[in-house]
Structures are given as structure tokens and as C-alpha cells.
Ligand binder design. Structure first.
Ligand code: ADP
Ligand code: MG
Length: 240
């Protein structure tokens, strides 16, 4: 579903993605972990073409990412992305936040988009907030709306970049639960997170990044109990 081959990127002198090779199969959940500054966000942004790459190729569902224009917009709609900050439209209701994309980009009929949005709000447990505005919701609720908004576009892949890092502790699990359900439903997911419980529970594979490179790739079981590299051992000793 997602294939990166020999992807490289610099920010000035900083080599931020170093010969990245990564394949994410349909229905697979890949959790990306690693120290701050190791290139995890840049990797996610590259997959979505929010960040141009210098060399290598990225394909989504067999199609190479186009450089720009309509084809890029279409492909980007296939790749949902949820960030640390919720990025909801503050002057739109929750329901409008979720139904807007499908009507604008997917040309869905407003009534159908609304009905589908309500289903998704139910799925993430915020259906009673549909007529409210983002500021009236808790951070955990807003992030669940952001997930529903991405799902409304019927993406083929969902990218999550530290979706719970900005949340108060008591709200983290309600968001992780929605993500766990999504993983179980067969969605292809790439998740950057420091939530090791989620990684153990939901990941098919853990990818460990350090200094712009993928240093280790393994099942969560193997990775957490038997890390191979000194950098992974060091990282785990600090966070577990
Ligand atoms: P992570 O998400 O793993 O913390 P990032 O992908 O955000 O890492 O960043 C990787 C490195 O690239 C860091 O050293 C960061 O400071 C640098 N970086 C990220 N974005 C930019 C940018 N737009 N311009 C310059 N340097 C950047
Ligand atoms: Mg980051």
C-alpha cells in the first residue's frame, strides 16, 4: 500500500531522511518510534508530499506520488493524516468539519456527506457534539473528530503523527481506543507515537528511527523484549 525506496532528504546540511526503505502492506499497522529529531515527522510528511524529497520514490497503492496539481490533491485525499495539533476549522461545527471534505473534494451530495459524517462521529463517540464548535470540545474529543474528518475522505492509508502528545493524560486512552478499533477494522496505518502500550497492542511491526535512518524493524514482541541495536536499547532504557 505504501512503498518508500531509497528516500533521501536534507534540510540544509542536515541529512534528515537517509536511504529510507519501507513497505507497508494493505491492512498493516506500522508504529514508528525513535528519539526526538530522528526524522519521524518528516517521514510522515514525505509520504503525504507535504515535504518534497530529493531522491528515491514513494508509491501509494501502486501509484507514484505526483509532483503537484490535481493528481496530487487526489492522491493526498487517499492518505489521511492526523497531527499532534487537531487543526479543526474553528468557525465550523463538528458536523461541518467532517462533512466538508467529502462535498468539496469527493463531490459527495451534502445530505449523503452529512449522514456519513454522523456515522463517523458515532464511531468515534462524539455524535452528541455534532452541532458544537471545536472550542467547546475537550482535546480528546477534538482529536477524535480529526480522525473522523480524515476517515470521511475514505483514505487508503492513515498517517498519525504523535496524535496524543498534546493531550492531557486522562484523554490519551479515548483516542488510542479509537485508533485500536481502526487498526482492527483493517485500516492500513502508519503511527508515530511514544505510547508503547499502543505499539505492543496494535502494531504488526515496529520501525525504530534514529538520526534519519531506519535502524531496526521488527514485531513489537521482538523489538521490546530483544532490541538488536545499541541505539534501540538505549532509547528503550530511557522510556520504559
Ligand atoms: P521527529 O519527528 O522525529 O522529532 P522531525 O522529522 O520533526 O523529527 O525532524 C528531524 C530533523 O529535521 C530535526 O533535527 C529537525 O530540527 C529538522 N527539521 C524538521 N523540519 C525542519 C525544517 N522545516 N527546516 C529545517 N530543519 C527541520
Ligand atoms: Mg515529530
Amino acid at each position: 500500500m505504501v512503498v518508500l525506496q531509497d528516500v533521501n532528504k536534507h534540510f540544509g546540511d542536515l541529512h534528515v531522511l537517509k536511504d529510507i526503505n519501507l513497505t507497508v502492506h494493505e491492512g498493516e499497522v506500522v508504529v514508528v518510534i525513535g528519539p526526538s529529531g530522528s526524522g519521524k515527522s518528516t517521514l510522515c510528511r514525505a509520504i503525504n508530499r507535504l515535504e518534497p524529497i530529493e531522491s528515491g520514490t514513494i508509491t501509494i497503492a501502486g501509484e507514484q506520488l505526483p509532483e503537484e496539481g490535481k493528481a496530487l490533491a487526489a492522491l493526498r485525499a487517499d492518505v489521511g493524516m492526523v497531527f499532534q495539533s487537531f487543526n479543526l476549522f474553528s468557525h465550523k461545527t463538528i458536523l461541518e468539519n467532517v462533512s466538508l471534505g467529502p462535498t468539496k473534494v469527493r463531490k459527495a451530495k451534502p445530505a449523503a456527506a452529512k449522514a456519513r459524517a454522523m456515522e463517523l462521529l458515532e464511531r468515534v463517540g462524539v455524535e452528541h457534539q455534532a452541532e458544537k464548535y471545536p472550542a467547546q470540545l475537550s482535546g480528546g474529543q477534538q482529536q477524535r473528530v480529526a480522525i473522523a474528518r480524515s476517515l470521511a475522505m475514505e483514505p487508503q492509508v492513515m498517517l498519525f503523527d504523535e496524535p496524543t502528545s498534546a493531550l492531557d493524560p486522562e484523554m490519551i486512552n479515548e483516542v488510542l481506543d479509537v485508533m485500536t478499533q481502526l487498526a482492527k477494522s483493517g485500516m492500513t496505518m502508519v503511527v508515530v507515537t511514544h505510547e508503547m502500550g499502543f505499539a505492543r497492542r496494535a502494531a504488526d511491526r515496529v520501525v525504530f528511527m534514529s538520526d534519519g535512518a531506519i535502524v531496526e524493524e521488527n514485531t513489537p514482541e521482538e523489538f521490546f523484549t530483544n532490541p538488536q541495536s545499541s541505539r534501540a536499547k538505549d532509547f528503550l532504557s530511557k522510556i520504559l
